[in-house]
Design a protein around this ligand. Structure first.
Ligand SMILES: Nc1ncnc2c1ncn2[C@@H]1O[C@H](COP(=O)(O)OP(=O)(O)OP(=O)(O)O)[C@@H](O)[C@H]1O
Ligand SMILES: [Mg+2]
Length: 363
């Protein structure tokens, strides 16, 4: 049957696409992407304390990825929420759930022999949405133009077909021998396929973007999940949607793969730069803090400043880094040295690692 954007695309073919060829342009991009990813991975492997810096990168990704869905939270609100779960706005909570989902996925993959399974994808979406949503069981899901409501794409329907296609995708992801394709090309294929299957009522974009990050870890291209394409996608969102459509409507895999490879190259370079800048900021602060705090210098405090850049007295107490009295003296001294800057939000004064925040928000 001829393809129609108005009826469920039950003829969506399984991967890999039969007539795909790696053009010289793609091969050049592949080599470049592998080089930049390798550099990023090497840097992460050399970090004494990788979790430390990754936490802020993951939080930034959670913010960008959620922004694609128009869940917008300010830096302030988000980092404040990260320091005190419970009182966050709805948007900030959803962003924190995205971060949680990434870790849930990673954990699940580790306990399932490094396999990336359908049940993991379901757990990811449930964590993002904080509900028990699963694979769509009834028809009616269609992607529409936000402005005029016109249907852009109708994904396959319903549960049996979706499960069948997810199983085929699962095999493609986990079977290393199924083709001689480069893992980065495979990642581009997987991302399209997951979005085209569109197994859930909502959260498909975000789940698919988490799957990308997990896949890079599964393929051992990265030891830590530090490469996230969401900020690139936010920047080139129209193209992202157009290219997904062009695969469905014109079988144009070439431009889609080029888009993903370019996203990997740019993001890997940017992330490497960011981690380097964070490391040098941390070194600089360590020296300054040793001067400012003298014998009471605490490495745990420095670490916390780079994990949760919005500090407050209670946070230092809760993390068992210092008693109230000491915490208050430290924060005051760091304020006087202009290492942290105070900001009153509601009734609480936060002491902000403002230089880290500046660094995180520039691209
Ligand atoms: N023509 C298309 N074909 C297949 N998938 C598409 C198409 N257009 C957009 N998509 C995918 O659908 C996603 C949106 O689906 P959904 O609303 O379920 O996900 P979300 O996570 O809630 O939203 P978002 O991705 O906007 O954050 C997009 O991010 C994109 O990946
Ligand atoms: Mg949505």
């Amino acid at each position: 049957m001829a393809y129609s954007k108005n009826s469920p695309f039950n003829d969506l073919p399984n991967l890999p696409p039969i007539d795909f060829i790696e053009s010289p342009e793609i091969l050049r991009h592949l080599a470049k992407a592998a080089r930049h990813l390798g550099e990023l991975n090497g840097l992460c492997a050399s970090l004494p304390d990788p979790q430390l810096l990754i936490n802020t990168i993951v939080l930034q990704e959670s913010k960008d990825s959620s922004a694609i869905e128009n869940i917008v939270t300010t830096q302030d609100e988000l980092y404040k929420a990260a320091s005190e779960e419970g009182t966050a706005s709805h948007a900030a909570k959803e962003v924190l759930s995205y971060r949680e989902a990434l870790y849930v996925g990673l954990e699940k993959m580790t306990t399932q022999k490094n396999l990336l399974m359908t049940n993991t994808m379901i757990e990811i979406v449930q964590t993002i949405k904080q509900n028990k949503s699963g694979i769509r069981t009834s028809p009616g899901t269609a992607l529409k133009n936000a402005i005029n409501g016109e249907i852009i794409y109708t994904p396959p329907c319903c549960e049996d077909i979706l499960r069948e296609k997810l199983t085929a995708l699962e095999q493609f992801i986990n079977d290393a021998d199924n083709s001689l394709l480069d893992p980065l090309v495979k990642m581009a294929f997987i991302h399209y396929q997951f979005e085209a299957i569109h197994p859930f009522a909502d959260g498909n974009g975000r789940t698919g973007r988490i799957v990308n990050a997990l896949y890079l870890v599964q393929q051992q291209l990265l030891l830590q999940p530090v490469l996230y394409l969401s900020s690139y996608i936010v920047k080139y969102k129209t193209e992202y949607y157009q290219l997904l459509r062009a695969v469905t409507e014109k079988n144009n895999w070439h431009d889609w793969v080029m888009y993903i490879l370019t996203a990997i190259i740019e993001t890997a370079q940017l992330t490497t730069q960011k981690i380097r800048s964070m490391l040098s900021l941390k070194d600089e602060y360590e020296k300054q803090m040793k001067q400012t705090l003298g014998a009471s210098f605490s490495y745990e405090l420095l670490q916390l400043m780079f994990t949760l850049p919005y500090l407050k007295i209670e946070l230092l107490e809760n993390k068992n880094i210092a008693h109230r009295q000491t915490a208050s003296v430290w924060l005051k001294k760091l304020k006087e040295a202009d290492i942290l800057r105070p900001q009153k939000i509601g009734r609480t004064t936060y002491y902000i690692n403002y230089r880290l925040m500046e660094l995180l928000s520039t691209d």
